[in-house]
Design a protein around this ligand. Structure first.
Ligand code: LLP
Length: 423
């Protein structure tokens, strides 16, 4: 599979756009995403599942820019949302409510109410309390909510602890024992149609086995439910497919193997499947373009200080995640081991340590790869750094899909105390 996810090393182009020239027109740091790369991923997934009744619901949290969501919508892909905000974005970008699933352990009554009124496809329910809240809210609206139980299959996804969600000790989902009780009592919930199963065991999973174990547990439970007289209309198998962050080291699951696993495991299932990939669709389509501010000589290290920072791309600081960093200067330089750091006043504001790359100097443009997922969407204004621009690249042309936040916008909403109120 030839995904132009990584910028062409010779021409330094991504989706036909010269990133160095782009950096002369759009001040760094900025995110750039390849339309072509995202389209390719969507098509591969749709192809792999051809013939199956499966709904792809993109995990909006991975990259929630409206233009990305619009691109997703144009290909008939739905959304997996976890907040009212993600629902509004999805609807605004043209994703129909009937293609939206609502996940998350902390759905509030207001969020449930808004989603019911909008008519989302189903709620992935994560606790008994939420199930009863769903019943109450649906009752007060005089409607019936479609619901799936999020099963915690107690599987080790063998990924980073902070993005592992399918172990019994994680806050997500409920045990199969608890889910069994929900179905047994489901008749008493007359405003909830509990007829779906859901499981999501973690993210950046590079191995098929945890998926196999989890899906087999879900399918065994589904059969048990059917035998007990509880028809299951949908099974949502979550997201989690990993991508290449470290070239030559990360070996993602082959999408055809994943699809075969799904076909085999659910061969006896006649309902609708759903899948919620986030990262796999967008991570490798995006880069963070940054410029070297200076090189600083430490006692025993060379610091390459760039104008992007942990507020723009948090993954290296938060997860010690590896992202390839590629200088685009095109000069023939000897290799140097750099600590690539941002300007934020935290030691954790480090993109890489002792990373070997061609020598750089102030003003050089670099790209940080694998930044299309959980990059911009996890950004903040820490150190009062405005949110960076996002740029869409398509066949040699570019479009700004988010302009840099102005300082006024960054401070909007803040005010000096105008009046003091007693509670
Ligand atoms: N479905 C549910 C219920 C989820 O919680 C998630 C991600 C997904 C789908 C999509 O997972 P994906 O296909 O993207 O692996 N910020 C972290 C990743 C957190 C993922 C949270 N849940 C990171 O940067 O690695």
């Amino acid at each position: 599979e030839c995904v132009p996810s990584i910028c062409d090393a010779v021409t330094r182009t991504l989706d036909g756009v010269d990133l160095r020239r782009l950096a002369e027109q759009v001040p760094t740091p900025f995110y750039a995403y390849s339309v072509q790369a995202i389209r390719t991923r969507i098509a591969s997934l749709q192809n792999a599942f051809r013939g199956l009744d499966v709904r792809i619901c993109y995990a909006v949290k991975a990259n929630s820019n409206l233009a990305i969501l619009q691109l997703i919508a144009q290909h008939g892909v739905g959304a997996d949302i976890v907040s009212h905000g993600e629902m509004q974005r999805s609807l605004k970008a043209g994703i129909p409510a009937e293609r939206i699933v609502f996940s998350g352990v902390g759905k509030t009554a207001d969020e449930i109410d808004t989603a019911l009124v909008a008519g989302v496809w189903r709620f992935n329910v994560e606790s008994a309390d939420e199930l009863h809240l769903l019943q109450r809210v649906a009752q007060s609206r005089g409607v019936c909510a479609r619901a799936a139980v999020r099963i915690n299959p107690d599987v080790d996804a063998r990924t980073h602890a902070k993005i592992s969600t399918g172990k019994a000790e994680n806050k997500f989902g409920v045990s199969i024992d608890e889910a069994r009780r929900w179905f047994a009592e489901s008749a008493s919930l007359d405003h909830v149609q509990l007829d779906g199963l859901h499981a999501h065991i973690g993210s950046q999973i590079l191995d098929l086995e945890p998926f196999r174990t989890a899906l087999q547990r879900v399918e065994a439970f589904r059969r048990e439910l059917v035998e007990a007289g509880h028809p299951v209309a949908s099974v949502d198998i979550g997201g989690g497919l990993g991508v290449v962050y470290r070239r030559g080291i990360d070996t993602p699951v082959d999408i055809a193997d994943y699809a075969s696993l799904v076909r085999e495991t659910f061969a006896g299932f006649k309902g609708t499947l759903a899948v919620e990939p986030g990262r796999w669709l967008v991570a490798e389509a995006g880069v963070l373009v940054t410029r070297a501010i200076r090189v600083k000589q430490g006692a025993d290290r060379h610091f390459l200080v760039v104008d992007a920072a942990m507020n723009d791309l948090l993954r290296p600081s938060l997860y010690e995640a590896w992202h390839e960093i590629v200088p685009l200067h095109g000069r023939d330089e000897a290799n140097v081991a750099y600590d690539v750091v941002g300007p934020v006043c935290e030691t954790g504001d480090t993109f890489a340590q002792r990373r070997v790359m061609p020598r750089c100097e102030a003003g050089d443009v670099l790209m940080i790869e694998g930044a299309g997922a959980y990059g911009a969407s996890m950004g903040s204004t820490y150190n009062s750094r405005p949110l960076p621009p996002e740029v869409l690249l398509d066949d040699g042309r570019y479009a700004i899909i988010r302009r840099r936040q102005t300082l006024a916008e960054m401070m909007a909403g803040e005010q000096f105390p105008q009046a003091w109120h007693d509670t």
